[in-house]
Ligand binder design. Structure first.
Ligand code: FAD
Length: 315
């Protein structure tokens, strides 16, 4: 089922989860264990992140090191396929512009369709640390809106080679939104205009970057609606666990952690996990009270804290 159908049909709050494929060289067994642990929470759908290739430094046997280009976490499509077909839980495959040609993306969408997957999250990805040479017969999507356009064309059977339409690939398309604005945008107004381009290109829903103050989500939704965007906006939540994340999350995701939460963590670091859970619990309460139907958790493959956060909200 599509994410938008899950939301339309929801009789109780929906809690969805985002997981990461295993690192190259590791089996998917642990990830499947995580899916097993999520089962009691009855996830309506699970997102699986995608990773473009990066320049990595590899240590050689003789002690020297060399640079190689590899995807650290391959396997998004097959993991979606396994979850969907083994556990009968809908999946959302993340697709990126960065590091993938449009031709590779079309093949990925064909694979997803054959596997029965009906949802994708269309993302630009972050700027790559290296430039992949593009073969002369290949083309690129620069922004997420271009990727949405490509996926939307397949909903009309329009493939890259043109000519007679082929069979339609009917994907529900999600896109990213940023309550605290995307770090490259000069201001939130510009960011919302580009968000609107993604919706006009055919996106069906928005899922937000993590935020730790509900007020920033509510203000974002107001701006989104004022811009004439009517699709569902799904808040994304991350549960803090330790002091290290106070620096790492703002650096990596360009988000703000409120002074109150920082203060609590710094004054009792040994209770970091409990403080994070209590904070997330309050966020969930506030979001549900405001009428939000679906909350998305960035669990980063750690299930215990989300189980504790949601204890009172799930059966
Ligand atoms: P876009 O919507 O293309 O926007 C990128 C920037 O360009 C913004 O500043 C926007 O305002 C600006 N912009 C847009 N269009 C134009 C234009 N025409 N001209 C000029 N500027 C423009 N990354 C991964 O690598 N893998 C993942 O699985 C992944 N999952 C994510 C899930 C969620 C819910 C979120 C919020 C992010 C995720 N990311 C992931 C990170 C994401 O790839 C980065 O945040 C990336 O920097 C931006 O992606 P986007 O799709 O929002 O880009």
């Amino acid at each position: 089922m599509k994410v938008t159908e899950h939301i339309e049909n929801a009789r109780q709050p929906l809690f969805s989860y985002e997981i990461l494929p295993p690192r190259r060289g590791h089996s998917a067994d642990k990830l499947m264990q995580i899916v097993n642990e999520l089962l009691p929470l009855q996830p309506p759908y699970i997102d699986v992140t995608s990773h473009s290739a990066r320049m990595l430094t590899k240590k050689c046997a003789d002690g020297s090191s060399r640079q190689i280009v590899r995807k650290k976490r391959p396997g998004t499509i097959s993991i979606c396929g396994v979850i969907q077909n083994r556990y009968h839980i809908d999946t959302v495959a993340h697709l990126l512009c960065q590091g993938f040609s449009r031709e590779e993306t079309e093949d990925a969408l064909i694979d997803l369709n054959f596997l029965g997957i009906q949802n994708v999250l269309a993302l630009r990805g972050d700027t790559l640390a290296y430039e992949k040479d593009l073969a002369p017969d290949r083309s690129l999507n620069n922004y997420a809106a271009d990727l949405v356009t490509q996926i939307h064309k397949l909903r009309q059977g329009e493939y890259l080679e043109g000519g007679q339409p082929g069979d339609i690939i009917d994907m529900c398309i999600g896109v990213a939104g940023y309550p605290e604005k995307h770090y490259e945008s000069p201001d939130i107004e510009t960011d919302i205009q580009f968000l609107k381009e993604k919706i006009e290109a055919g996106a069906d829903y928005i899922v937000t970057q993590m935020f730790f103050e509900n007020a920033s989500f509510f203000a974002f939704v107001e701006r989104v609606r004022a811009a004439g965007i009517q699709v569902p906006v799904i808040p994304g939540i991350k549960i803090l666990r330790n002091l290290r994340q106070l620096e790492r999350l703002p650096e990596t995701f360009h988000i703000h952690i409120p002074e109150e939460l920082k203060g609590e963590m710094l004054s009792a670091p040994e209770y970091g996990s409990e403080i994070g859970i209590r904070w997330a619990h309050r966020q969930v309460e506030g979001l549900l009270a405001s009428g939000v139907k679906n909350i998305h958790f960035y669990i980063m493959n750690e299930v215990e804290s989300v189980k504790k956060t949601l204890k009172k909200f799930t059966i």
